[in-house]
Write a protein that binds this ligand. Structure first.
Ligand code: DNO
Length: 406
């Protein structure tokens, strides 16, 4: 059986329409009520309305079923008070539980979320020009350090970088125009689509300050507190939770990161042992650390693999990477897909109801006509379509050749 092909849709204001998504051949929609502030309750009414928009084209008379289903909610973000372990966390956890119940009621079975402090996914350049003229997302540690040390001026930031990086960052900062400095700042803290809220420099520093006394141990305790509260509710509601790894999976701004490696994953999955406490295999995120054995992770923790983001990266320098086309990069996509299909086979044999795992092509390059349009970074239609087409072809090749049965 193939994986379920899904597509991330940012809601009615997404320049990529539901009809575009159908034409791309996806059947599952991945979306969220992005307009609701982090932490608030998503009402059943608002959820039902969004589900209706996804499933029916009401501009037709009679309304036409589109053939799309809302498959995954990505993301129900975790309120910062929960991450910080503040006394007010219980109130936000109650809201989170209510969201799980409401989402379960409309028939969505998977929720993707993350536990990254302050910032969600982060890049330094949203439009890196590649040799062929395509544009890609890029994370350059030297530019990141330039922002951290010279623009944000975080106290003691210099201690977090090697001598080489410090040297380059200094030169970079000096040679940058005000405009370039502003763009770098915006890329890092203004918020990427679907991620955290945008911040000014002052707000951002204030957010970082709140984490002053939170080390990895404390942060893990806060995650454990959250999971122990919500997973029983997810089990009851029939909704599988899928934590997204840190993106990139390295500590940033001196903040704790706890979903970056296989060890981290093992730890968080063990906090509450249930298939409802699972993870999102985001290949592009985990692959930034060459020691992350992605295929082994799928083999070892596959029973809790609840969602898949297929994306490729090309590493350069230390901790830097740009996003590569889906089949050409440091991720061995062939063996990744084979391992996921094997997991599905295992579930089939075990009579599990959730044999088919939802996957989406993640972050395409900006190419062709999209280069002239305003698009969501990483989520322009044509690049994602290219990625999706390549991945589904590869998947079919693997299935038909019988490789996974060998
Ligand atoms: C970026 C995404 C992330 C992801 C969240 C999950 O493209 O992979 O924003 O949705 O980290 O909560």
């Amino acid at each position: 059986m193939s994986m379920e092909q899904t597509w991330r849709w940012y809601g009615p204001s997404d320049p990529v329409t539901l009809s575009d998504i159908q034409q791309a051949g996806a059947a599952g929609i991945v979306t969220a009520l992005h307009e609701i502030p982090i932490g608030e309750v998503w009402s059943s009414k608002a959820l039902e309305e969004r589900k209706d928009i996804i499933e029916f084209d009401r501009s037709k008379n009679p309304p036409k079923k589109r053939g799309l289903t809302w498959s995954v909610v990505e993301s129900v973000h975790v309120h910062e008070d929960i991450k910080l372990g503040k006394p007010s966390r219980d109130k936000w956890i109650e809201n989170y539980k209510q969201n799980i119940k409401n989402i379960g009621k409309i028939g969505v079975k998977t929720i993707c979320y993350n536990f990254m402090p302050v910032v969600d996914w982060t890049r330094t350049n949203l439009s890196l020009e590649l040799e062929d003229g395509a544009r890609a997302l890029d994370f350059n540690m030297e530019e990141f350090a330039t922002f951290d040390i010279y623009i944000l001026r975080r106290k003691n930031a210099g201690k977090d970088y090697s001598k080489e990086i410090l040297e380059v960052a200094k030169q970079k900062f000096q040679s940058m125009s005000d405009e370039q400095r502003y763009v770098l700042q915006k890329n890092i803290i203004a918020g990427l689509p679907g991620g955290h809220e945008g911040y000014t420099l002052e707000e951002f520093q204030a957010k970082l300050d709140e984490y002053k006394n939170i080390d990895v141990k404390k942060y893990r305790e806060n995650l454990a507190y959250f999971l122990k509260a919500i997973i029983p509710v997810a089990e009851e509601a029939g909704v599988k939770m899928a934590v997204h790894p840190d993106d990139p999976p390295i500590p940033l701004f001196g903040l704790p990161r706890i979903v970056s490696t296989e060890k981290d994953l093992a730890y968080m999955l063990n906090i509450y042992d249930s298939i409802y406490n699972g993870f999102t295999m985001c290949t592009g995120s985990f692959a930034v650390r060459p020691e992350n054995d992605i295929i082994g992770m799928i083999e070892r923790y596959g029973n809790k693999l609840n969602f898949v983001h297929l994306r490729n990266i090309r590493r350069y320098g230390k901790d830097s990477f740009h996003e590569a086309s889906h089949l050409r990069g440091n991720v061995d996509m062939f063996n990744v897909i084979a391992a996921i299909l094997k997991e599905q086979k295992k579930r089939h044999a075990a009579n599990r109801q959730d044999e088919i795992i939802p996957m989406r092509a993640d972050h395409g390059h900006t190419i062709l006509d999209d280069l002239k349009k305003k698009t969501n970074p990483g989520y322009s239609a044509i690049g994602l379509l290219r990625g999706m087409a390549e991945l589904r072809g590869l998947e079919m090749g693997i299935e038909r050749s019988g490789i996974i049965y060998g």
